[in-house]
Design a protein around this ligand. Sequence first.
Ligand SMILES: Cc1ncc(COP(=O)(O)O)c(C=O)c1O
Length: 402
Amino acid sequence: MFDVNNFLHEGSLSPALYWKGYPKYNFIGGHNDNDCIPVTQLKEAIEKVILKEGKTLAKYGLESGPQGYLPLRSFIVSKLKSRALIDCSEKETLIVSGSLQALDLVNQTFLKKGDTVIIEEENYGGTISRLKRLGINMVGVPLEKDGMDIDALKNILIDLKNKRIKPRYIYTIPTIQNPTGTIMSTEKRKILIALSNEYGIPIFEDDCYADLLWEGERPPAIKSYDKNGLVIYCGSFSKSIAPALRVGYLVANWDVLSRILPYKTDAGSGSLEQMVLAEFCENNFNNHVSLLSNELKKKSDVICGALDKYFGSTAEYIKPKGGIFIWVSLPDTIDTSRLYEIALKEGVAINPGSEWSINPNGKNKIRLCFGNPSTLEIDSGIKLLAEICKKEFGLPIQIANL
Ligand SMILES: Cc1ncc(COP(=O)(O)O)c(C=O)c1O
């Protein structure tokens, strides 16, 4: 029998586990609400666009070239103008296979082993794991309720400068941060761009949740203040429409984008998805995201209610103002990596905080995605999680409705 292990290189990754289906109560990943997928309108868009432009599928890149379907790029340009106040053009926009590909492309362009980047201390697991795998030194900025602690960031910048270390970029998820849900204030965004200019360090702004805000005004994107081309911006249709479509976008000045584009060697992202999205978004995007946000707000209220009911004061959190996640702090005595393991065996999947933080503070935190489970599943799943937690760690001391 062929033994693949004899042929793997030293740094190869651990083997994948064969997928055995979703757990009963699935609070992990960035899944969306099944009932909010606009099936009828997508069907209409598919029919319309395939009849109109189906024959262009004969070419890699359709009639639009390597940066992706032009009508979709035009929609993104106008959406970013109206919603994020970003002034950009189709030439400065690249369609990617989900914003994960944007992360990979930017990393391939700018990073080599041993480089340093500055990131928010609590962060998207997909970002942390990528940077770890590349052997990047991550310097974490603590988060406050209104985004990065700017004084801490200033100290980091001074410290790195004194050590003659030039960070390759400052990565931020400023609007509905993953996992904390924080929203960076406009004031801090302006300070951040000023610091980026002062130190000559690019900002990588990952804004994939910004369309799902239901409370308060969306602050202008950091990119909207970018006069010198220092901000690389990425977004996605995964959260606003459907993650399975695998369509995201990267926006940067052409000088920058022209250095990133050569790394996109996949001969283009899926064209049908791009065509359908362009057709759908033109007339439906605004209405769709406002309906979706309303539904997500309801689910957010349900998960907050369930945490209050079943965990009581054992669980602390900041009520989400948008998005699909809630970041929950449990007492120090609860090791959430252990909780994750035992809960999964009983059909409750949660993200342990240690994978979503580059400091040890994540040890007693969990990230819960409320986007996909139904309201009934949210309630029953959180109840079961509280029971499992009580059995293993003695907390919460009392659980309502038991
Ligand atoms: C901050 C952030 N960036 C990027 C992604 C990747 O999303 P996608 O590749 O589906 O666009 C996610 C997904 O959860 C995310 O939370």
